[in-house]
Design a protein around this ligand. Structure first.
Ligand code: IMP
Length: 436
């Protein structure tokens, strides 16, 4: 049965990063999952690091959806993902060690692609030099490249290595990577070694395989609340980010359709997450970046170190043209602003409102000219008082409320959620994001 009757009302929500990743998607997905039936991750792999803090406990997920902390939420990993089997198995074990039964409620797409250790090793080996992307070294680019070259190994093949055609695919991949490894001086993989490594992991993952597209579709059709969880951020999208300094997948909301295997009509809400300022990890343009003490202050107060790699994040001011860009390419219906607490104690807060290139002003993000674009700042009134205990908009200092009001007005998207600390309860929920 296709199409939608007037009575049916979908309740599918896509959560995307509106900047360069690390916006706090993990916390927001955890929060909205309280009312969700299913959370589906649709792109990326173990390059992501979603930090969840609940009741003083901290869990960083790299592959499992951030809804995992809610025991009744079904978790799905979509076909658009690239999965490092040893990371998945370790993450499930960590959750089980905390008393969270994950296996009974997890479906992993057999169409997702496997990241092998040799792909990650070469990703790390290629991470130096003047043209380096500064990747997370998790083998993401190599895995997606192999997928596009029709050389990749799906999780289904990985879990059926007794089948000759599946073994042949692994053998062909190992052969290609042995040559590449030798060329960059990394230990070359062997078929025997790879199969021995794979066997226990395949055994652990095989019972979890399923059709993620069917699972998501059925949940949406049945009127369940489904969250599609993005990884990284809009400006790291392979097609719409600051290429070539991007990740290798579609991080934008459209990626939920291709990555999870659902049609665009299934989605009715797109929530974009932005920090109250801006950060970036890895190389590439970042026009509002701060080099000196101010950047250091944001890094220390905001604890801006990568959840996956521990790398210090580059810090800078909020970029409204970039947010308007994210609003357009994702079709944002709502915004969540995180880390508002980090800005307390500043007399004024600089915000980039437009760009200047060769004397001309651009209100839209000059995404292909960012290296030479000069940010135009306004200095908005700051606030002294801590906002960490605020639970309603009225609890916020007037200048903080104005800051948020200006952001939503100038981006043209309503702010539904404001986060004022890492814990689940350190949040102001202004509007319900599920449409029902
Ligand atoms: P890759 O995804 O590991 O190939 O890295 C490509 C670029 O995306 C690099 O600039 C990384 O720092 C960045 N990146 C990848 N994953 C994340 C993330 O979860 N948060 C922030 N940046 C990321």
């Amino acid at each position: 049965m296709a199409g939608r009757t007037a009575e049916e009302h979908m309740a599918a929500l896509v959560v995307v990063g509106a900047q360069w990743g690390d916006e706090g998607k993990g916390k927001v997905v955890d929060l909205v999952s309280e009312r969700a039936d299913m959370v589906v991750r649709y792109a990326g792999g173990a390059n992501a690091g979603h930090t969840l803090k609940v009741d003083g406990q901290k869990l960083v997920t790299h592959l499992l959806p951030s809804g995992v902390m809610h025991p009744s939420v079904r978790c799905v990993l979509g076909a658009g993902m690239v999965i490092a089997p040893e990371v998945l198995v370790a993450e499930i074990a960590e959750c089980e060690g905390r008393g969270l039964d994950v296996r009974a409620r997890l479906t992993v797409s057999g169409r997702a692609h496997v990241t092998f250790p040799f792909q990650a090793a070469i990703d790390r080996a290629s991470n130096a030099g003047p043209r380096a992307i500064g990747t997370t070294g998790r083998g993401i680019g190599p895995t997606y490249s192999d997928k596009a070259a029709r050389l990749g190994v799906t999780l289904r093949d990985f879990c059926e290595l007794e089948r000759a055609s599946a073994r042949d695919r692994v053998a062909a991949l190992v052969e290609v990577w042995s040559e590449r490894a030798r060329a960059v001086g990394v230990e070359a993989p062997t078929l025997e070694g790879t199969l021995a490594w794979a066997a226990p992991l395949a055994k652990a993952i095989a019972p979890l395989l399923g059709d993620a597209s069917v699972a998501a579709y059925q949940a949406v059709r049945a009127g369940r609340r489904v969250v599609f969880e993005g990884a990284q951020g809009t400006l790291l999208d392979l097609d719409h980010g600051t290429y070539p300094f991007v990740t290798s997948s579609n991080t934008v909301a459209g990626g939920a359709c291709t990555g999870a295997g659902i049609g665009p009509t299934a989605i009715d809400t797109v929530l974009g997450i932005t920090k109250a300022y801006c950060t970036r990890v890895g190389n590439g343009a970042f026009p509002t970046e701060l080099q000196g003490d101010e950047g250091e202050r944001l890094r220390e107060v905001g604890e801006e170190y990568g959840a996956t790699t521990g790398r210090p994040r580059r810090c800078g001011w909020l970029d409204l043209p970039a947010l308007r860009y994210a609003a357009r390419v994702n079709g944002l219906t709502h915004l969540a602003v995180t880390k508002l607490d980090v800005l307390a104690g500043m007399e004024t807060v600089p915000v980039c409102v437009s760009y200047r290139i060769d004397g001309r002003i651009y209100e839209d993000l000059p995404v292909d000219d960012l290296e030479r674009a000069e940010p135009v700042y306004e200095h908005w009134e700051g606030w002294d008082a801590s906002v960490a205990k605020a639970r309603t908009m009225e609890d916020l200092p007037r200048a903080a409320r104005r800051y948020l009001h200006e952001v939503e007005t100038r981006v043209g998207v309503a702010i539904a959620i404001v986060s004022v600390g890492a814990e689940r309860e350190a949040t102001i929920v202004r509007r319900e994001v599920f449409s029902r």
